[in-house]
Design a protein around this ligand. Structure first.
Ligand code: PMP
Length: 394
């Protein structure tokens, strides 16, 4: 296993132009900064290498098609999946919408209290009956409760693999077992997990996996849905257009097999190439090393915040790269604003998880989230900023 040593993040940071100038960026769960390798790959794809894919008869387009499909293999490989089971989408949000709208056995879906709005609203809009699994006292999805709630009417369970607010890591194999025991499928929202954990969808036992490139140090505007071949094969097209057809006629149109069936129109070519470069980048560093590095930073920050005695900490001790907290008597937006003056960027708000805020009994939390480039100096700057905020607010 590689290791990101205490000093290595400084070297890694230098690979990220967005972090120049000593900015203490602690909002990687919202979106990750981009390494130069990803930027270079997208610039090349948009410049010297640019052409359309899948249709051109000239060499440049054939080369671009190979690069585009190679990117699909790299992204699929990152989660242990075959390329033909990986659909490029606009992001995790679109990936979940795609399943919510096209999964043919639409019935009851079991979600949890900690889900991001993008794993709640699509199911509501697409007409599913939504049930909500509660959390344990320390902010994990309560799988004992899930077991008691699941019935043969449930055709889908959709849980966050890692919570974007609490950093809680789901016991995915057990969730899969519970879902399958009643004949349901398991969709994992892997947005926060793919940048932080080594993922193997076969070992997890899930049926669908959704994630976004921009949280994985890649470009915005692209993400992926992995689905088991037989499940994708049974799903009808969602959006119509070019590239998703077999044969079009006014008498009746037939459709391409997955993944092309779900990729109507000219794809996000440049972004896909950047997504592939991002997959290469994290693989080279090693997801186990990234996980160990972020876990150590979480432990350090939680210990320092607990020692203050004026901070409420949310979520489990063992969380993946994310720490949510409240500074007693200070609104998280005020804290975020003062921290910004100190060159520290955190997220303050409901984090697109309003049902979770209601459960926690707070309108908002402050959230510090780490990336592979985060370092102890970022924590020190955050703690200095919190201390200054305390002096201002008394
Ligand atoms: N799920 C989780 C857990 C997330 O953190 C996010 C992004 N904050 C999303 C889904 C939605 O991702 P996107 O906006 O990239 O589609």
């Amino acid at each position: 296993m590689n290791a990101i040593s205490a000093s290595a993040p400084a070297d890694l940071k230098a690979q990220f132009p967005g972090l120049a100038g000593g900015w203490h960026y602690l909002d990687t769960a919202a979106t990750a900064q981009k390494p130069q390798a990803v930027i270079d790959a997208t610039v090349r794809a948009m410049g010297a290498d640019y052409a359309t894919v899948h249709r051109g008869v000239y060499a440049r387009s054939a080369d671009m098609t190979l690069a585009f499909e190679a990117a699909r293999e790299k992204v699929a490989g990152l989660i242990g999946a075959p390329a033909q089971e990986l659909v490029f989408t606009r992001g995790a949000t679109e990936a979940i919408n795609l399943v919510a709208y096209t999964y043919p056995r639409k019935g009851r879906v079991l979600l949890s209290t900690l889900e991001h709005h993008s794993n709640i609203v699509p199911w509501q809009l697409a007409g599913w009956q939504v049930d909500v699994c509660p959390l344990t006292a320390d902010g994990q999805i309560d799988l004992d409760a899930a077991e008691a709630m699941l019935t043969p009417e449930h055709t889908m369970v959709a849980f966050a693999h890692v919570s974007n607010v609490l950093g809680s890591v789901l016991d995915a194999p057990r969730a899969a077992e519970l879902a399958h025991a009643v004949g349901a499928k398991l969709l994992l929202d892997g947005c926060q997990a793919v940048p932080r954990l080594a993922i193997d969808v076969a070992a997890l036992g899930c049926d669908f996996y959704a994630f976004s490139a921009h949280k994985l140090y890649g470009p915005t505007g692209i993400g992926a849905l992995w689905g088991r071949a037989e499940l994708l094969g049974a799903m009808p097209p969602w959006q119509g257009g070019g590239a998703m057809i077999d044969r079009v006629s006014f008498a009746g149109t037939t459709y391409a097999p997955p993944p092309q069936r779900f990729e109507a129109g000219t794809p996000a070519i440049i972004e896909a190439i950047g997504f592939g470069a991002a997959a290469d980048y994290v693989r080279a560093i090693g997801l186990d090393a990234i996980h160990a590095h972020e876990t150590a930073l979480v432990a350090e920050l939680r210990a320092a915040l607990r020692a203050r005695n004026d901070v409420t900490l949310f979520g489990p001790e063992e969380s993946a790269g994310i720490v949510s907290f409240a500074l007693d008597g200070v609104h998280s937006h005020d804290l975020g604003t003062i921290l910004d003056e100190e060159g520290v960027a955190i997220r303050a708000g409901h984090h697109c998880a309003q049902p979770l805020m209601e459960h926690l009994g707070v309108p908002a939390t402050a959230r510090a989230s780490f990336g592979l480039y985060s370092e102890q100096a970022d924590i020190a700057a955050l703690l200095r900023g919190i201390e200054r905020t305390r002096r201002i607010f008394g």
